[in-house]
Ligand binder design. Structure first.
Ligand code: GLY
Length: 342
């Protein structure tokens, strides 16, 4: 997998100079069709197939995959074809999954257009779709042929979307780089150099994925904040209860899981307080009702890191350090969510 951080006009032109395909399709949603496709259209062959799907996590499902496979089939795409995924996490995860399974797999490249996808989803080959309300429940590991990241794409994002991606940048610092964590937490969001932080996050993620591509061990540290974060996101998004962006849910997950780390004497009270004050400052406090807590905890039973009945967490074992496969009980989770809410 090649990850290039460069203006897209340069990196995509180089990619096409070095690779030849019998047909090229590009997967977009209504936003990337309007704002991003015009930027790269001239670099594509004139006979490319455009596959337009609806944006949003609730379309990351089997029905949308069927549409994509149908369009690829009708365009007579053979095994020497390429799918270009132009968009955020939904486009990348779903498009990569469709490409990896179409005729047992064709090449695909990721051109992530959101901060979240640039610093996390596009790197590392985790592909898939949601199923029966469970996030990324069906999927595969398959590396893209290339990930082409152009930080310019994020200029058009709302502050809320940028902050959603920033949560994964914070996570990468907390689990792997104490020095960078100390640097970012002294700055307001507006003061941050996002281009530099994208490169920093991608380097951390690439190094972890290189060591453990299929999440047999070390890669689980990338899930810090995600066991309860995913459960909260799944719970709130189910039947449209409340709107929450992925990074906003992960910010809650990181506070709650940092609290469990502290309860286990893995990080100090001061370290916990530094983490929670920065996250509250950037993401505010989401309201959850007491009766919702047990429903959220029940959802952790579906977490992909679990073994048997054990709910296993990735917890901070210091600042810039993270352990994994740590069993956590329902009562510890409850106490941690109550801590967040108070
Ligand atoms: N987002 C976590 C991972 O790719 O492993």
């Amino acid at each position: 997998m090649t990850v290039k951080i460069a203006p897209i006009s340069e990196s995509l032109a180089t990619f096409f100079d070095q690779n030849e395909y019998s047909h090229i399709a590009i997967l977009v949603d209504e936003f990337t069709n309007k704002y991003c496709l015009p930027i790269i259209q001239d670099l594509l062959p004139s006979n490319f197939t455009k596959i337009l799907i609806k944006s949003g996590e609730h379309h990351k499902n089997l029905a949308t995959c069927e549409q994509v496979w149908d369009r690829m089939t009708k365009a007579n795409m053979d095994r020497h074809s390429l799918l270009v995924n132009l968009g955020g996490g939904v486009i990348g995860d779903l498009g990569g999954f469709c490409a990896s399974t179409y005729k047992r797999g064709i090449d695909f490249i990721q051109i992530p257009t959101t901060l979240l996808a640039q610093v996390d989803a596009s790197v590392g080959g985790k592909l898939g779709i949601d199923f029966h309300g469970l996030k990324n429940h069906i999927g595969v590991f398959q590396l893209p042929k290339a990930v082409l990241i152009d930080p310019k794409f994020i200029d058009t994002l709302s502050i809320q979307q940028k902050k959603s991606g920033f949560a994964e940048i914070i996570k990468h610092c907390l689990i792997r780089d104490e020095k960078e964590w100390s640097a970012i937490r002294q700055q307001s969001f507006e003061e941050l150099d996002l281009s530099k932080l994208i490169a920093h996050s991608v380097a951390i993620k690439e190094a972890v994925v290189l060591e453990d591509p299929k999440e047999a061990g070390l890669r689980k540290i990338l899930n810090f904040g995600h066991t309860l974060g995913h459960a909260i996101e799944t719970y709130l998004l189910d039947k449209g209860k409340r709107k929450i962006l992925h990074g906003e849910a992960i910010a809650i997950g990181m506070i709650v899981e940092a609290f469990i780390s502290h309860q286990r004497d893995l990080i100090s009270l001061q370290e916990l307080e530094e983490i929670e004050s920065y996250l509250f400052e950037n993401y505010g406090r989401v309201k959850l009702h007491t009766e919702e807590i047990s429903k959220i905890i029940a959802l952790t039973a579906q977490d992909k890191k679990n073994k048997g009945k054990e709910i296993r967490f990735s917890l901070l074992t210091g600042l810039g350090d993270c352990g994994y496969d740590i069993p956590v009980s329902a009562s510890e989770m409850k106490k941690a969510i109550q801590y967040y809410l108070n």
